[in-house]
Design a protein around this ligand. Structure first.
Ligand code: FAD
Length: 450
C-alpha cells in the first residue's frame, strides 16, 4: 500500500475528533500515516469540550438532586461543595482519555508528532521542529477556536478553553452568549451555587432550535436564580483592586463578578496554517471550503470537522474522518449525509432536537401537522419546581412522515437518540402510534402525542 514517493500516504494536522478517526482508520487499512498535534491528543471534545463539560453537567445536576433530597427521606448534614475536587477529578479523567487516544493511534501504526504543523505545498508539511515531511494526501482537521468580541476590558474575560482549569470557584459568574455553550455553562455554575448572569446581544437564544421549545428555557433559568440580561452586551469591564470585575452592560446595568465567560461563537482554526501555499482560499466564514468527499480546491488536500464549518459536532467530525479514510484507503468511496442530525443542549432542563423546525418544515413541505405533549415529568415532582416538559413532533401532512422532533425536559438527549433512528429511517406518525408505550416514563409521550 505504501507509496515510497512520499514520507507518508496521509499526514493529518490536528488530533481531534476528525483527525484521530481518519488517521486510525487509514492506518488500519495499511496506509503510512503521520499526525501532528500542537496541544493535546483528543482535541476540543475530549480535552476542553463535550467530555469535561458533560462531567460538569452531571456533577451540577447532583447539586440539584441534593436540594430536594429531604423529600426522598434523606437528612444531609454538613454538605458543602469543593470546586478543586470536582475540577481535578474531571481533568484526571481527561488525562486518562488523552492517554487512550495516544494508544489508539500508536496501535494503528500512526506516527505522532506533538508539535504544530503548517502546509508548505500541496504535498508538504512543515513541523514546528523545522522538519519537512511529504505526503500523498494531507488532511486538515484543525478544528475551531472561540471568538471574543471587542469590548473595553475584554482581556479580563475567559473562554471555554480556560473554564475547566479555574483556580477558584467563581462565586459570581457572568456568561456572555446565547448559544449552547453559554447556556450549558450558565446552568452548570448556577446549579453549583454561583450567582450567574447571562448576557446576550439579542432576545433570542439558541437561534437555530425550535423556538416554541426554546421559549420554555428562560423562565426556568430565571426561576432557578439566573439573572437574564437579554438584548444587552458588555460595554466595558474594569478590574478592581481585589481582583473582582466591574461590568457595565449596554442597557446601563452594572455588576460586580469574579469571572466573565465569553461564549459568543467559534471560528475555524486556520490562522498561519499556510493554506495559501496550496492555493486554498477560505470561505465567507473563514472556513475551508470542501466538496462532499471533504476535498478542498487542492486535489491532494482534504479537510474535515469544525474547520470546514459544516456541522460543528464531534460525531459529525468523526464520521467525516472515517468516510475519508474509507474513500482514500479502504476502496469504499463514500461521503457523509449531513441531514437529520440529532443535537442536544445540556442546559438545565435539557433541549434536544432532530430534523426540521416548524418554520423549516412549512417551507419545505407546505402543509404540516403538529403534535405536542406538555407534561410535568414525574422526576420534577420531588423538586417543588413547576417545570414542565414539552415534546413537539412535526409531520409532513401529505405522507405522515415525521420530519422534526423537538423536546425540552429531563434526559431529552438520551431520549431523542432512539427516536432519531426512526425519523432518519423515514417512519410516520402512525408508526410511532403503533408502538406500545413504556409506562411510566417521559419517553412514552413520544408514542402518545396528540
Ligand atoms: P478539534 O476536536 O477541535 O481538534 C482539532 C485539533 O487540532 C486540536 O487538538 C488542535 O490543538 C489541533 N491543531 C490546530 N491547529 C494545529 C496545527 N497547526 N498543528 C497541529 N495541531 C493543530 N460537540 C458535540 O458533539 N457535543 C457536545 O456536547 C459538545 N460540547 C462542546 C463543548 C464545548 C465547550 C466546545 C468548545 C465544543 C463542544 N462540542 C461538542 C464541539 C466539538 O468539540 C467539536 O465539534 C469537535 O471537537 C470538532 O472536532 P475536530 O476534529 O474538527 O476539531
Amino acid at each position: 500500500m505504501a507509496d515510497t514517493t512520499y514520507d507518508f500516504d496521509l499526514f493529518t494536522i490536528g488530533a481531534g475528533s476528525g483527525g484521530v478517526r481518519a488517521s486510525r482508520i487509514a492506518g488500519g487499512y495499511g496506509a503510512k500515516v503521520g499526525i501532528a498535534e500542537e496541544h493535546r491528543y483528543g482535541g476540543t471534545c475530549v480535552i476542553r469540550g463535550c467530555v469535561p463539560k458533560k462531567m460538569l453537567v452531571n456533577a451540577s445536576m447532583f447539586a440539584e438532586e441534593l436540594s430536594h433530597a429531604h423529600h426522598k427521606g434523606w437528612t444531609l448534614k454538613d454538605n458543602s461543595f469543593d470546586w478543586a475536587t470536582l475540577r481535578d477529578f474531571v481533568n484526571g479523567d481527561v488525562d486518562r482519555l488523552e492517554g487512550l487516544y495516544g494508544q489508539t493511534l500508536g496501535g494503528a501504526g500512526v506516527e505522532s508528532f506533538s508539535e504544530r504543523a503548517t502546509i508548505t505545498g500541496p504535498h508538504t508539511v512543515r513541523l514546528a521542529s523545522g522538519r519537512e515531511v511529504t505526503a500523498k494526501y494531507i488532511l486538515v482537521a484543525t478544528g475551531g477556536e472561540p471568538v471574543v468580541p471587542a469590548f473595553e476590558g475584554s482581556e479580563h474575560s475567559i473562554t471555554s478553553n480556560e473554564i475547566f482549569y479555574l483556580d477558584e470557584f467563581p462565586k459570581r459568574l457572568m456568561v456572555m452568549g446565547g448559544g449552547y455553550i453559554a447556556l450549558e455553562f450558565a446552568g452548570i455554575f448556577n446549579a453549583l451555587g454561583a450567582d450567574v448572569t447571562l448576557v446576550n446581544r439579542s432576545d433570542t437564544i439558541l437561534r437555530t432550535y425550535e423556538q416554541e421549545i426554546v421559549k420554555r428555557l428562560p423562565p426556568v433559568m430565571e426561576a432557578r436564580g439566573i439573572d437574564l440580561q437579554l438584548g444587552a452586551q458588555i460595554e466595558k469591564v474594569e478590574k478592581a483592586e481585589d481582583g473582582s470585575l466591574n461590568v457595565t452592560l449596554t442597557n446601563g446595568t452594572t455588576k460586580q463578578v469574579d469571572q466573565i465567560l465569553v461564549a459568543t461563537g467559534r471560528r475555524p482554526r486556520v490562522e498561519g496554517l499556510g493554506l495559501e501555499h496550496a492555493g486554498i482560499e477560505l470561505g465567507a466564514k473563514g472556513e475551508i471550503p470542501v466538496d462532499k468527499f471533504s476535498k478542498t480546491s487542492c486535489d491532494s488536500i482534504y479537510a474535515v470537522g469544525d474547520v470546514t464549518d459544516r456541522v460543528q459536532l464531534t460525531p459529525v467530525a468523526i464520521r467525516e474522518g472515517h468516510a475519508l479514510a474509507d474513500s482514500l484507503f479502504g476502496g469504499n468511496e463514500r461521503y457523509v449525509d449531513h441531514s437529520c442530525i440529532a443535537t442536544a443542549v445540556f442546559s438545565q432542563p435539557s433541549i434536544a432536537s432532530v430534523g426540521m423546525t416548524e418554520e423549516e418544515a412549512r417551507e419545505a413541505h407546505g402543509e404540516i401537522n403538529i403534535y405536542k405533549s406538555d407534561f410535568r415529568p414525574m422526576k420534577n415532582i420531588f423538586s417543588d419546581r413547576a417545570e414542565r416538559g414539552l415534546y413537539k413532533m412535526i409531520t409532513d401532512a401529505a405522507t405522515d412522515k415525521v420530519v422534526g422532533l423537538h423536546m425540552i425536559g429531563p434526559e431529552s438527549a438520551e431520549i431523542i437518540q432512539a427516536a432519531a433512528v426512526a425519523i432518519k429511517a423515514g417512519l410516520t406518525k402512525a408508526d410511532f402510534d403503533a408502538t406500545t408505550a413504556i409506562h411510566p416514563t417521559m419517553a412514552e409521550e413520544l408514542v402518545l402525542l396528540k
